[in-house]
Design a protein around this ligand. Structure first.
Ligand code: ADP
Ligand code: MG
Length: 504
């Protein structure tokens, strides 16, 4: 099996008044674990439930309540680690990160500071232009989400909804290997795709189930290579962290803004303060939220209510053996087995439902390239018009394969196939039967086509003279014959006959 080989993307430089600059980005992605219950309680994780209806005593920080770890959350973190080719730590432990916030009734968040469950891994980030960069993962740890404070429901009061309190999050920390806004977005896209394949996070950014803290710094060309060679952060610039981003577009805009801001400071002879900033999409700027000096002292310590988490290699191996086929492998297989282009394979593997649909069509129709064409250009295009998902497609894989088979058998022309697709899409039905009933079959009977050709030639002697001198004009006759047969004549046969008759 052929492997995908990519070139490393070129790092874009930003030219300033004093020379060129480069971007360095590292991300901390918070991904909500897909499970029915919370990390340490049996309360439901259902989104959009009545406020404060999914809250166990332990989530509400009631005195004397004890957390009990949810095995499925641990399994999901391990699956995610395996999907990112990461080291799984058989020993991990939970720590308390202490701080006060109205939507954090415990007074601390349970996280894994010192011993995360997942260690080093990597993600192949494709940029869609034939280049890709490997971004290293530093760690993934499990932690609790906080609740939600609502300030805009009443002019005098704030409300607290604890439904999300204690829901399991995976914090996925990358190394600072991302080199630009497009790469940052592509990194999130790939991470999200892998987790959706694994079923470990639904990746819904609108609901806040996937959000990113984006660390940005700038350096001079050559400095990043020095960092790579030594892993010494001293070669990189001071970073700022842009908190809680949940839009692909805003992530890119915030990085752009932040890079320019830092360059302006540095070129002015100043220095960048390491701080946490917030992005304001209305003004397209980032603003300081807190500096490192005023950073919280979280007084981390091992949670005395929870034993260290020890898992067995055999359990990890079992989870690994049951992992589904992942995006890189599926894409490679589609390229190898169905002869697809890198681009088509990427489009068709973006989502498992799309991939499964395509595969069913390709196998039934016995033609991967035609199937890819029809799924991407006709079906996806048509679904998009009505804002439909593949799961809502009125055309089944069997029906689409039926249409493709008719094309392959020369029973219908490409043009008629599009009409047929529209009929199947809007009215349903079996493609074979529709073609039969509505007389859409391509005329391959050369006798009938010949009669039509003769008729057109006889009726247009002047055109015939011209076409004899300039063979390019034969196309006009082909068009006339197609018109006369309402598009049902086999174009190949028409072309051959017209050429033959004109040469007589
Ligand atoms: P902290 O302990 O302050 O959270 P970490 O070392 O955990 O810092 O790094 C947090 C994130 O910042 C990581 O994703 C890392 O890759 C990124 N990062 C570290 N240094 C830089 C830098 N100079 N520029 C951009 N990102 C950086
Ligand atoms: Mg950190």
């Amino acid at each position: 099996m052929l492997d995908l080989i990519y070139e490393t993307p070129k790092v874009k430089t930003i030219s300033g008044a004093t020379g060129d600059w480069e971007l360095v980005i590292g991300m901390e992605v918070h991904a909500q674990v897909s499970t029915n219950a919370k990390l340490f309680s049996g309360a439901s994780t259902l989104f959009g439930a009545e406020p404060n209806s999914n809250v166990a005593f332990v989530d509400a920080g009631m005195p004397g309540m004890l957390p009990v770890i949810n095995e499925e959350c641990v399994a999901q973190a391990v699956r995610t680690g395996l999907g990112l080719k990461a080291e799984i730590n058989l020993f991990s432990a939970f720590d308390r990160k202490n701080y006060f916030y109205p939507d954090l009734p415990q007074g601390y968040q349970i996280s894994q500071l010192y011993h995360p469950i997942v260690g080093e891994g990597e993600v192949l980030v494709e940029l869609g232009d034939g280049t890709a960069r490997t971004v290293r993962i530093e760690r993934i740890h499990l932690e609790q989400d906080a609740g939600k404070s609502i300030h805009d429901m009443d002019p005098h009061m704030s409300f607290v909804d604890l439904n999300r309190t204690g829901v399991a999050l995976m914090e996925i920390v990358s190394r600072p290997d991302i080199r630009g806004p497009e790469e940052a977005a592509a990194y999130i896209v790939k991470l999200r795709q892998i987790m959706r394949y694994l079923g470990t996070c639904d990746g819904n950014m609108q609901n806040g189930n996937l959000r990113a803290d984006v660390n940005v710094s700038v350096c001079r060309p050559g400095d990043y290579e020095k960092y790579q060679a030594t892993q010494d952060f001293g070669h990189l610039g001071t970073r700022c962290e842009i908190k809680n981003m949940n839009s692909m577009r805003f992530i890119q805009m915030a990085i752009d803004y932040e890079a320019k801001r830092q360059i302006a400071i540095l070129e002015d002879g100043g220095s960048v303060d390491q701080e946490t900033r917030l992005y304001d999409p209305d003004k397209n700027e980032t603003r300081s939220m807190r500096s490192k000096e005023e950073a919280h002292d979280y007084r981390y310590f091992p949670d005395p209510d929870l034993l260290p988490l020890e898992i067995e290699q055999a359990w990890v191996d079992d989870l690994g053996a049951k992992l589904p086929e992942l995006p890189d492998a599926k894409k490679t297989r589609f390229i190898n087995d169905f002869g697809l282009s890198d681009y088509d394979a990427s489009v068709l593997t973006a989502d498992t439902a799309d991939a499964a649909y395509f595969e069913a069509v390709a196998e039934t129709a016995g033609d991967g390239k035609l199937a890819a064409n029809w799924v991407i250009n006709e079906l996806f295009g048509r679904l998009k018009k009505e804002d439909h998902e593949i799961s809502e497609s009125p055309v089944s894989p069997a029906q689409l394969a039926g249409i493709i088979k008719l094309i392959k058998a020369d029973a219908i022309s490409g043009k008629i196939a599009k009409d047929l697709f529209e009929i199947v899409y809007t009215e349903g039905g079996d493609p074979d039967a529709i073609v039969e009933e509505r007389g859409m079959k391509q005329v391959t009977d050369t006798g009938a086509i010949e009669a039509a050709v003769d008729e057109i030639i006889a009726a247009n002697p002047a055109q015939v003279e011209k076409a004899k001198e300039n063979p390019k004009l034969a196309g006009w006759f082909v068009g006339q014959v197609m018109k006369a047969t309402s598009g049902k004549a086999n174009p190949k046969a028409v072309n051959q006959l017209v050429a033959k008759k004109l040469a007589e």
